[in-house]
Design a protein around this ligand. Structure first.
Ligand code: NAD
Ligand code: DAU
Length: 357
């Protein structure tokens, strides 16, 4: 094996943050396999242009022939699988792609990995890792009084997205149990930070606020999410890859449970301070209640005790520090936002919110 890792979906939101952090802090090279769906944006990795430690390959994790060729050619010591369809609302409008990439794609990737891993010598076999990046949504929805999700919680996915991620987690688990493939799985809470596609709550609110548009709140806005700054998720994945117990799963979270409405008001207050509206009014005036998401999960919360106790990982950012950095990043990168909000994005907004845009 070589001192190389294969990252899939490394051009999307979390994947690109991971690749940038990895190149800055580790020695191994990265082969980055990404299909470049609407969510994959090579501009996220512009700073790596000409860097010989990063090789980008456009392709599908479900293309078994391509994956087998890449594994044979680059001999990676690990695979980190970010590639997925990731937006819950899109999974409600059209689940097909989620089944294809998240389930069938992960299966094909596992098959190619099994063949590659099976042919390694004993020492390399032991050292190899397949790390699957998953979500807290597989555990379902919590009641206000329920304890946060532990690794031992049962899977109760409620959306086509979370059901497809749950299926992929089960396949990964089965490949360890049945074939001995050295896998690791991380189940993380909601990420936010740079390069977040503005279909998701936080970047959508920043984008709409600055554009003078409505800030859409689904239902009563009291749904709770547990927010983690994306670079903290990246450091957790690096730590699990380095020291995680083979076959185990690790919950990753920021101990930051917030109702959606509070998050939106926090964003409005930071924008009022850093980029006030021309008319002097508060951005919060733009808050608009819209039809709720179908089957909307009420609350997620991660108990991140295991990764802290066993691997010494904890988040570096508080919600307050991370959210301010995030708003500052969006204000400083309006060209990036303009570039990603063309094309498919516009169609999506029309379809999901049924508004004149
Ligand atoms: P994203 O939608 O921003 O990026 C997904 C990337 O995968 C894109 O670059 C896309 O082009 C690529 N991709 C899609 N289908 C592919 C295929 N068939 N083959 C190769 N590449 C493909 O997603 P994200 O928010 O960065 O999430 C990354 C991973 O982390 C996903 O597996 C997601 O389930 C998981 N996750 C996300 C969050 C979150 O808050 N965003 C939290 C926990 C876990
Ligand atoms: O929990 C981890 C998950 O977090 C990841 O697995 C998913 O890939 C990621 O997309 C995210 O899912 P959510 O559905 O929680 O994130 P989203 O940003 O879409 O929505 C956050 C909350 O805000 C959710 O309760 C729905 C609500 N919302 C969202 C949008 C886009 C609104 O009220 N208005 C909106 O316009």
């Amino acid at each position: 094996m070589k001192n190389t890792i294969l990252v899939t979906g490394g051009v999307g939101f979390i994947g690109s943050n991971f690749v940038l952090d990895w190149i800055a802090s580790e020695t191994a090279s990265v082969v980055n396999l990404d299909k470049l769906t609407y969510a994959g944006n090579l501009q996220n990795l512009e700073s790596l242009t000409g860097n010989s430690r990063h090789i980008f390959v456009r392709g599908d994790i479900g293309d078994a022939e391509l994956v087998a060729k890449l594994l044979a050619e680059h001999q990676p010591r690990a695979i980190v699988n970010f590639a997925a369809e990731s937006h819950v609302d899109r999974s409600i409008h059209g689940p097909g792609e989620f089944i294809q990439t998240n389930i069938v794609g992960t299966f094909q990737l596992l098959e190619a990995t099994r063949a590659y891993w099976g042919a390694l010598n004993e020492e390399d076999k032991k050292a190899f890792r397949f790390l699957h990046v998953s979500t807290d949504e597989v555990y379902g929805s919590l009641k206000p009084e329920d304890p946060a999700f532990k690794e031992t919680n049962s899977y109760e996915p409620n959306s086509p997205y979370s059901a497809s991620k749950a299926a992929s987690d089960h396949l990964v688990r089965a490949y360890h149990h049945t074939y001995g493939l050295p896998v690791l799985t991380t189940n993380c809470s909601n990420n936010y930070g740079p390069y977040h596609f503005p279909e998701k709550l936080i970047p959508l609110i920043i984008h709409n606020a600055l554009a003078g548009k409505a800030l859409p709140i689904y239902g009563d806005g009291q749904q709770v999410r547990d927010w983690l700054y994306v670079r903290d998720h990246c450091s957790a994945i690096r730590r699990v890859l380095e020291a995680g117990r083979v076959g185990d799963t690790y919950n990753v979270g920021g101990w930051n449970e917030k109702p959606n409405l509070d998050v939106v008001h926090t964003l409005c207050a930071i924008l009022d301070e850093l980029s006030p509206r021309a008319d002097g009014n508060a951005y919060a005036e733009q808050v608009t209640y819209v039809t709720d998401r179908l089957g909307h999960d009420r609350r997620y919360a991660i108990d991140a005790t295991k990764i802290h106790r066993e691997l010494g990982w904890k988040p570096g950012e508080t919600f307050e520090s991370g959210i301010r950095k995030t708003v500052q990043w969006y204000l400083a990168n309006q060209t990036w936002v303009r570039n990603v909000t063309s094309g498919d994005y516009t169609n999506w907004i029309q379809k999901n919110y049924k508004v004149e845009d």
